[in-house]
Each structure stands twice: as structure tokens, then as C-alpha cells.
Design a protein around this ligand. Sequence first.
Ligand SMILES: Cc1cc2nc3c(=O)[nH]c(=O)nc-3n(C[C@H](O)[C@H](O)[C@H](O)COP(=O)(O)OP(=O)(O)OC[C@H]3O[C@@H](n4cnc5c(N)ncnc54)[C@H](O)[C@@H]3O)c2cc1C
Length: 407
Amino acid sequence: MKRQDILIIGGGASGILAAIIASRNHFNVTILERNIKIGKKILATGNGRCNFTNTTATKDDYNHPEFVSKAFQVFSPFKTMNFFEELGIAPKVEDQGKTYPLSEQASSIVDVLLYEVNRLGIKIITEALVKDIKKNNNLFTVTLENGKTYNADQIIICTGGKAMPSSGSDGSGYMLAKMMGHHITPIFPALVKLKLDSPYLKQLDGVKFPGRVELIHRNQVLQEEQGDILFTKFGISGPTILQLSRKANAFLAVKEEVWVKVILVNLLSRKDVEKRLSLAQNRPIDFSLIGLIHKKIIPSILKEAGIHNPSMLVKDVSIKEKNKLIHLLFDWRFLVKESHGFEDAQVTAGGVDIREINEDTMESKLVKGLYFAGEVIDVDGLCGGYNLQWAWSSAYLAAISASSEKK
Ligand SMILES: Cc1cc2nc3c(=O)[nH]c(=O)nc-3n(C[C@H](O)[C@H](O)[C@H](O)COP(=O)(O)OP(=O)(O)OC[C@H]3O[C@@H](n4cnc5c(N)ncnc54)[C@H](O)[C@@H]3O)c2cc1C
């Protein structure tokens, strides 16, 4: 026998998982999704491979560790892998714990979720853009853009954030939360490319190399990342930069200057480079850098060092310019102008204020029977499976709480 009705607003990662868990607990579940299909954003994740969890993820990988703690206890990355294995997903664990389906197809994740949703008889209503929520006498009434209304004893808001609005998550969930009296903390794009203030971007566009980057604020290192770096015509990207972008944007939001320091030579010491140059005295200065750094970077770094004649012999370059060049190889700083927008971001920083949500249940502290899960909440993590893991963990906690025996 089915118990109460639960309405889930948003059929993304968190909404689908919440629906499955609540339905397995014998609740009547309906998903309201504005798109023509559920799970659209999942298909775009992990470059189409869906990095669905990270075996190393812990609460400390998020902006509010204590708030996410309970959700991680009840639905850890290990439990996530078991959940998906039971549905048929063989996991493939890659570097730094990043986990993908062995098929390397994000569609596999959507397919198995959809199979389970159908097996359980969960109702999916698509093209259902929720515009309004009200609560009267313990009953929620939700109104769609087309005027249709639905009632439920409980609601789980799983509308995502604002990143990649073309996927359906355009921030409309914040409005629904506000209607229920909730506050939204300042939101900004995270895991996103940065725009730099530099005259060299045209020349550097497309250059990709392994190196180290640091985010600098008032000469202090805020964060450091190692791996691929990619210059673009607007600035800088690559996995290293995406990881720095959240902190960069948090400082830019309060009008603080931040710099990206690029360490082009990562595996040699300053002394090693000095020795290389001293052995290349009779060679042109541009040629002396071949084999050390990406060829396309050489003209720009020479200009930045004040060396305007690239064919000048190393022995003829002044000590001051040589020192500047060596310094730049280990510390080339670029002022961050801004980041790309939500269209290019993988995740939203900010969201429903965690102080208004019970971290043991994901239930609103303001409205009984109202729950939140996923990116709509002010929780975000690094790139590498952490954000989907938060979507699964918070959805599981919200769903078991909403469908617990005590109800
Ligand atoms: C390009 C890209 C790649 C990514 N890759 C990864 C990755 O590999 N690993 C990882 O961990 N994370 C990744 N992420 C982040 C991850 O996809 C999200 O954090 C996660 O999907 C959030 O899940 P969610 O359920 O909270 O929201 P979403 O997945 O955004 O789902 C929200 C759903 O709600 C619907 N909706 C919104 N408002 C309404 C409304 N008013 N009425 C009805 N329906 C509504 C939307 O249409 C959408 O289907 C990536 C993100 C992007 C953009």
C-alpha cells in the first residue's frame, strides 16, 4: 500500500535518485521536470563520460563540511558505487579517485536510473515548469507555468543551480525556495574558465601544457593546483584553473584583486635553468628555451622579460633581462579580470542558505515537509565527481527522511 504523496521538483541527478529512494520506501512519487526528458545535464557530465563519484570524496571537499557530513555518512561514495553497481553500472576508477561507468558513456547512468524509475512506477511529468508553491493545512500545492496544479504532503526541491542554464537549471528553484521563506546566499559560477588581463592572449590561444598554477591574493598563495593548463583567447582554462575558479570568483565578488601565477617550469630548479642558459651562450635566446617550455609561449615570455629581439644571442642579453626571464619561467602572473558566466560553468557556488536546512534530514527548518537536495543548496565541491556525489548524497538523505516510518 502506498503511503503519502511526495512531489519532486526537478528531474536531474538529485531528483531522480530521491524519487527512487522514496518510491522504494513505498511512497507515491511524482517528478515534475520542465524539460521533455529527465536527466539532461547528466548526459553532459564528465565530457560525456559522467564522472559520477570520487572514491576519495569526504565532507572536507565541500564549502560547508559540517553541513554535508550526515549526508556523506548515509550515502558515501562507496554506497553510491554499490547503488549504481546494483543497477548495472560497472565502475571504472581513474586518477585521483575519479569514477566513471566502464562503458564511458554518461547515457549509461541515465539509462539505468530511468529503468529503475519505470520499474518502480514513478510518475514523471515532463514539460512541467513549476512556477509557484503554496502550503495550506499541511498540503502543498504546486502550480505549473501552464496553470496545472498538483498537491502533495511533501516536496523535495531538486531544481539545481544556475550552471549550464540550457540544461534546464536556470535558477528558477531559488525563486521557489524564496516563496517558502528561504534566503539565497550570493551565487556565482564555479568550475569555470577565467578571463585574464594580458596582451599576450592572442598569441597564447590554444597552448596547452602540464604545469603548476597558484591563485594569489595580496601576495599570498590561496590555492595551488598541478596538471594541464590551457591558454584561451580570453584567458586561461584546463582542470587546474577550473579548480581555482571558485576561490577566484569569491574574491572578485567582493572586488578584491586576484592573480593567477603560472609556473611554466615545474620539474627543474632555478639553478638548472641558469645552467642551461649558461651552456647556450652562443645560441639565440628564443632557441635556448626550445625543449624547456611550449614553443608558442616563447615570443610572449621574451617580450614580457623585455627582450624584444628573439634572435639575440644569450651572451648578449643583459643580466637584468636574463634574471627577469628566469623569474617569469617560475612565476608569471596574470591579473584575473572576471570568469566566464554560468553558461560555461560546471557548478553554482551559493544557493539556499544552509542555516535554514536541517543537515540531519535536508528538511527546511522553516516549512515542515519541504526538503532540498543537490546544487540548489549552498554546497559545492571541486571538479572530479564531487558535485554529483553531493547530489546523490543529499538526495538520499532527503528521500529517506521524507519517507521515514515516523511520517
Ligand atoms: C558541463 C558539465 C559537466 C559536469 N561534469 C560533472 C562531472 O563529471 N562530475 C560531477 O560530479 N559533476 C559534474 N557537473 C556538475 C553536476 O552535473 C551537477 O552538480 C549536478 O547535476 C547537480 O544535480 P542537481 O540534481 O542538483 O541539479 P541538475 O542536474 O541541474 O537538475 C535540476 C533539474 O531540475 C529541472 N528544473 C529546474 N527548475 C525547474 C522548475 N522550476 N520546474 C521543473 N523543473 C525544473 C531542470 O530542468 C533539471 O533537469 C557538471 C556540470 C556541467 C554543467
